[in-house]
Design a binder for this molecule. Structure first.
Ligand SMILES: *Cc1c(COP(=O)(O)O)cnc(C)c1O
Length: 404
């Protein structure tokens, strides 16, 4: 086997499809988010504005978060020093789990090293704990849930995105007594639409299924205390397992589930992805807890965030850009071609200091390539002006499609 050639060919396949990824080398500056410095391939350093961060509220730079992280490092040092079972559980982890359980109105919560691992490990483990489990997965579920469902090694059905009639059809066809898990998301991060949480809970009750809700793009952002869409819609108590990340609106790193104590205890006891890995650094847990607690009363910040997103959508639509229909803080603008999408974002960065990553297949279906803008409360009107002027120039230059 010519190993180097095999690797080269693997990369060449990705390039041929126009989806070879180039990472922007950024240096954020604390206190100046969303401004950052970008180091070009030639080693130049340029000022840019970041338009595609998932640090939706800029919590990653908020002093209450960064100070608590520094304090934790000064108090206990850098790493956790072990798995949760072997010396790696600190008071910071325990307090953060209590804070997250409280956020979601659940008895308990369990930390993982990322939201990806939380999904993958929990769903796979449910498949092992519940013999004969049937998983019902929304067709647009995140890769981490899909991998979890594969790892569950059980029967699976994909229901058409947000289509509860299709979900019911599938549920009805299964044996009544079979254990069932419905896995879906609240905010879908590429289109900015929202899952039918209440209707899914109704079906789960009717067919005795468990519900598993990924609130990764909603925690901190929706609901009176930032508990997510399930909190906003008054159905948090009806969702069996809520999964979230500490890496997006919370601004730090890590993932978790929140559920009844008996469920959390079972996952804690069975999931390899939880058991056999070093626990989160204490400073991460400290920073995440400070952020979660801050966000429980940050209504104005959440309202400001929603205002910014609504205003940007309106302004882009007014300027003739094909803004896709989003009911959330996510602002997707359709381009529809992977090569053009990349040329547009390159030009925005090179010529205008606007950083937005192109979103191409397989993250979104072919033909729906797009820019995915995520305005935060720290993106002001002057930045909106800059963005729209830059997009106008680039759209004209490349004759990209405007809205009808
Ligand atoms: C980002 C993401 C995850 C993974 O969370 P991380 O903490 O970044 O690993 C899970 N689910 C969805 C829907 C996501 O977008």
């Amino acid at each position: 086997m010519d190993y180097p050639e095999a690797f080269r060919a693997a990369v060449a396949r990705v390039r041929a499809e126009g989806r070879y990824r180039v990472f922007a080398n950024l240096r954020r500056r604390k206190g100046e988010f969303p401004r950052a410095r970008w180091r070009t391939a030639d080693g130049d350093v340029r000022e840019v504005t970041v338009w595609c961060s998932n640090d939706y509220l800029g919590m990653g730079q908020r002093p209450c978060v960064t100070e608590s992280m520094k304090q934790a490092i000064d108090d206990v040092g850098a790493g956790a020093g072990g798995t949760r079972n072997i010396s790696g559980t600190t008071h910071y982890h325990v307090e953060l789990e209590q804070s997250l359980a409280d956020l979601h109105g659940k008895e308990a919560a369990l930390l993982f090293t990322s939201g990806y691992i939380a999904n993958e490990a929990t769903i796979a483990t449910l498949g092992r704990i519940l013999p004969g489990l049937i998983i019902y997965s929304d067709e647009l579920n995140h890769a981490s849930m899909i991998e979890g469902a594969k790892g569950a090694r059980c029967e699976k059905h994909i229901w058409r995105h947000n289509d509860v009639a299709h979900l019911e059809e599938l549920l009805r066809a299964a044996p009544k007594e079979a254990p069932k898990l419905i896995a879906f998301e609240s905010v879908y991060s590429m289109d900015g639409d929202i899952g039918p949480v209440r209707e899914v809970c109704d079906l789960a009750e009717k067919y005795s299924a468990l519900t598993y809700l990924d609130e990764v793009h909603a925690v901190g952002l929706y609901g009176l205390r930032g508990g997510g869409v399930a909190e906003r819609d008054g159905v948090m108590h009806r969702v069996d397992i809520i999964e979230g990340t500490l890496g997006k609106a919370i601004g730090v790193m890590g993932g978790y589930i929140a559920a009844d104590a008996v469920i959390v205890d079972a996952v804690r006891s069975w999931a390899p992805g939880f058991i056999f890995t070093t626990s989160l650094a204490p400073a991460l847990a400290a920073g995440a807890r400070a952020s979660v607690e801050y966000l429980k009363s940050a209504h104005e910040l959440r309202e400001h965030h929603q205002e910014r997103a609504a205003t940007l959508k309106k302004r882009l639509a007014g300027a003739g850009f094909p803004v896709m229909p989003s009911v959330t803080h996510i602002v997707p603008v359709q381009v529809g071609d992977p090569v053009l999408c990349k040329r547009i974002t390159d030009a925005l960065l090179d010529d205008h200091g606007i950083y937005v990553q192109p979103i191409n297949y397989p993250t979104v279906p072919k033909g729906t390539e797009r820019l995915r803008l995520t305005p935060t409360p720290l993106h002001d009107d002057a930045m909106f002006d800059e963005l729209i002027a830059a997009m106008d120039e680039v759209w004209t230059r490349f004759r990209a499609v405007r809205a009808a």
